[in-house]
Design a protein around this ligand. Structure first.
Ligand SMILES: O=C(N[C@@H](O)C(=O)O)c1ccccc1
Length: 315
């Protein structure tokens, strides 16, 4: 067993959700202003090897948008569906974030767009790398204080772009650690650390997390662990750094969740489902009461984890 600090040991709540949510590939998780879990999934659409041509243009427009509700708001204790929305709007959902007005900020890698309920950044279906085009953008982080929006862009770009609350382009930056700056290789997820005013990025194919000053984009630190193997899919923050790694053919390691101390970079805990294995854990979100949710894009599931004390109380 890992000899990590055991008051952070996380265990899956196997009876969650209490009934099937009929999910497609789960790509994003967020918490809304009522601390309900928001799930962003792909219904009957799949991101497969033939979804895009080699100019990163989506090839399955003829399928039309996903007809199921791609955004589900579920009760974190039972997993029952409280609200369903996002029908006929999305093609390949990816990242989702909420802001203090409870707007949903989402990315769609087929649309190459970032949408806020009633606002869109980028041009539908048109990939690009200028100030108002993305290329398969992956996630959004909202700085509730300034209202600024940060977008991780994307599978076919290698940058973080910053916008004002009303969608004006402000700045952008690439990976940190000069002079031998290794560019981002799929900035796949990002999170704002409100107490540190930093943005941390899951630099997926470099198997590392990099953190920057939100105001300037100045590089602060990198967290890269052998235990990650070669891929870090998602990063989240709730006083501690939470991350999930991914399957790496070059360096096979267990696929699991990590709880990391931002300052020391120590791994405090690792966790995975009780009986099943993670297949492609794709996003991670935590509630204030300490529950941790992981959405898996391959097994089309969301897993709930709690800390030991919480775990025993829910038995
Ligand atoms: O990474 C990929 N997908 C996942 O991240 C996802 O589904 O978001 C992918 C890349 C190329 C082809 C097919 C899938």
């Amino acid at each position: 067993t890992d000899d990590h600090d055991h008051n952070m040991k996380l265990f899956q709540v196997s009876a969650w959700p209490q009934s099937s949510l009929q999910l497609g590939q789960v790509s994003g998780l967020a918490l809304d202003s009522d601390s309900n879990l928001v799930i962003f999934h792909r219904g009957d659409h799949h991101w497969g090897a033939d979804s895009f041509n080699n100019q990163a243009r989506y090839q399955q427009r003829s399928l039309g948008p996903i007809q199921q509700s791609a955004i589900l708001v579920v009760d974190p204790s039972k997993g029952s569906i409280l609200k369903a929305s996002g029908r006929n709007m999305f093609f390949l959902p990816h990242g989702i974030t909420t802001d203090k007005e409870n707007n949903y900020w989402v990315t769609d890698v087929a649309l190459h767009q970032v949408n806020r309920t009633l606002m869109a950044l980028g041009e539908a279906f048109i990939p690009g790398s200028d100030n108002n085009h993305f290329c398969q953008p992956t996630d959004v982080a909202v700085d509730t204080e300034s209202g600024n929006i940060f977008v991780s862009d994307g599978y076919c770009n290698a940058r973080i772009i910053k916008f004002s609350a009303d969608g004006k382009y402000l700045s952008e930056w690439g990976a940190g650690i000069s002079p031998a700056r290794i560019p981002f290789q799929i900035p796949h997820s990002l999170v704002l650390l409100p107490d540190k005013k930093e943005i941390c990025v899951a630099d997926r194919e470099n198997g590392r997390i990099q953190c920057f000053i939100a105001e300037t984009g100045e590089f602060v630190k990198e967290i890269k662990k052998d235990e990650f193997g070669g891929e870090v899919f998602a990063v989240s923050y709730n006083g501690l750094i939470f991350a999930v790694n991914g399957e790496s053919l070059s360096r096979p390691v267990p696929i699991r969740g990590f709880v990391i101390d931002y300052s020391t970079k120590d791994i405090l805990d690792t966790f995975s489902p009780n009986k099943k294995e993670f297949k492609m854990p794709h996003d991670i979100a935590e509630t204030r009461d300490g529950s941790v949710f992981v959405g898996d894009a391959s097994s089309k599931s969301v897993y709930k984890f709690t800390t030991e004390k919480l775990h025993h109380s829910v038995k």
